[in-house]
Design a protein around this ligand. Structure first.
Ligand code: HMG
Ligand code: MG
Length: 313
C-alpha cells in the first residue's frame, strides 16, 4: 500500500505534546515573494480562497513593503480589495514601517507583522537599517497599530544562523525578541531564515527565552527546510510547548534577500506529522494537497513538499 492509497497517517499520540496547534500559513506571502515571476493576483486570490477552504485559519496574505524591493507583492492593495474573507480566518500582512502601516490600514487590515533581524548584516540587506535603527522604524508602527486595536506579530529573522555572520548567539535573539515584545507585539515568530537550525539549537533558543521569563505561548517557530531539518526542529519546539507553527502550502518560499534560503516547511508535511500524533489543526490534508498540486501547475514546476509528491505526484 502506498501513501497515496493510505491518504492519512496512522495516529499514535505521543506524551508531552500540545493537543492543538495553530498553523500560521505563509505560502501567499513568504512563498510567493520568492517566485521569479509575478503570480497574477487572480491566482493569489484563488490560492488564499482554497487554503481557507482546506481549514487554515491564519493566512498571511501579502506585504506592504516597497514594491521595488519585492515586486512579487506589489499588488497588495489589489489583493486585499478583492479578497473574499472567510469567517473565522485572519489575514495578517507584513509591514516594515509607517508607510506600510498607512497602506495596510487603508486596505482595512486588522493583523500586521513587523519583521526584525537578529543580525546586523541581514538588517541592512533586508531593511536598509542597522540592528538599532530597525527598532526606531518599528516603534511607531507598533504604537499606532496597537492604538488602532490591531494585533501585531513580531518576526525575528536569522535566529539560528546567518549566511554572512555565521552562528547567532541565542542571547542576541532573546534581546531582539524581548524588544519587540516590550514594544507591544503579541507574539514572536522565531525565524530560521536560511534553514540551518538543528534540534539542539531550537532547544537552546527556546530555553533562553524561558530563562528570560518569556511565556512559551508568546512564541511561534518559522522554519525553512534548506537542510531538511524543519520537521525535526518543529517536533523539538512542540516538546518545548510551542503551539503556533509557520509553514507554507506545498513548501513554497525563501527570502529574496537571503539567497541560501529555500522554501518554508511545507504545510502538508507538517499536517502529516501533526495528524499522526493526534494533534488537532482543523486542516483537511486532502483539500490542502489538491491546492498545492494546483498551485504547482500554475507555477509550472513540481511541489517540493514530500507529502504533496507522495499523495499527488
Ligand atoms: P528604504 O529604501 O530605506 O526606504 O527601504 P525609505 O524609508 O528610505 O523610503 C524611500 C522611499 O520608499 C520613499 O519614497 C518612501 O515613501 C518609499 P520617496 O519619498 O522616495 O518617493 N517607501 C515605501 N513605499 C511603499 N511601501 C512602503 C514603503 N516604505 C518606504 N512600505 C524598506 C526600507 C523597509 C521600505 C525596504 O527595505 C523594504 O521594503 N524591505 C522589505 C524587504 C522584504 O520584504 N523582505 C522579505 C520579508 S522578510 C522575510 O521574508 C523573513 C521572514 O519570512 C522570517 C524568516 O524567514 O526569518 C519574515
Ligand atoms: Mg521566512
Amino acid at each position: 500500500m502506498t501513501a497515496r492509497d493510505l491518504g492519512l497517517p496512522t495516529v499514535i499520540p505521543a506524551p508531552g505534546l500540545p493537543e492543538r496547534v495553530t498553523i500560521w500559513e505563509v505560502g501567499a506571502r513568504d512563498g510567493l515573494q520568492n517566485e521569479d515571476t509575478v503570480v497574477p493576483v487572480e491566482v493569489k486570490l484563488e490560492f488564499l480562497d482554497r487554503l481557507a477552504g482546506a481549514g487554515l485559519t491564519t493566512l498571511e496574505a501579502t506585504s506592504f513593503v516597497h514594491p521595488k524591493w519585492i515586486p512579487q507583492l506589489a499588488d497588495a492593495e489589489q489583493l486585499l480589495a478583492n479578497l473574499e474573507q472567510h469567517d473565522g480566518v485572519r489575514y495578517p500582512v507584513l509591514v516594515p514601517n509607517e508607510r506600510g502601516l498607512d497602506r495596510a490600514l487603508a486596505a482595512g487590515v486588522r493583523h500586521v507583522a513587523i519583521f526584525a533581524s537578529a543580525t546586523e548584516t541581514f538588517a541592512s540587506r533586508n531593511l536598509n537599517r542597522t540592528l538599532d535603527s530597525q527598532m526606531t522604524m518599528f516603534e511607531p508602527v507598533v504604537t499606532r497599530a496597537t492604538g488602532e486595536g490591531l494585533d501585531v506579530r513580531g518576526y525575528v529573522s536569522m535566529c539560528f544562523g546567518d549566511p554572512w555572520e555565521g552562528s547567532v548567539d541565542p542571547a542576541r535573539v532573546v534581546e531582539v525578541g524581548r524588544r519587540l515584545l516590550d514594544m507591544g507585539c503579541s507574539q514572536l515568530s522565531l525565524g530560521d531564515t536560511i534553514g540551518v537550525a538543528t534540534a539542539g539549537q531550537v532547544s537552546a533558543v527556546l530555553g533562553a527565552f524561558a530563562d528570560a521569563g518569556t511565556p512559551v505561548e508568546r512564541l511561534a517557530v518559522h522554519f525553512h527546510d534548506t537542510y531538511g531539518q524543519a520537521l525535526t526542529n518543529t517536533l523539538e519546539a512542540l516538546r518545548h510547548g510551542v503551539t503556533t507553527v509557520d509553514s507554507s502550502a506545498g513548501g513554497l518560499g525563501g527570502c529574496p534577500y537571503a539567497e541560501s534560503a529555500t522554501g518554508n516547511l511545507a504545510t502538508e508535511d507538517l499536517v502529516w506529522l501533526l495528524d499522526g500524533l493526534g494533534i488537532e489543526t482543523g486542516v483537511d490534508l486532502d483539500r490542502l494537497a489538491d491546492t498545492s498540486a494546483w498551485m504547482a501547475g500554475e507555477l509550472g514546476r513540481p511541489s517540493p513538499s514530500r507529502v504533496v509528491r507522495a499523495l499527488r505526484g
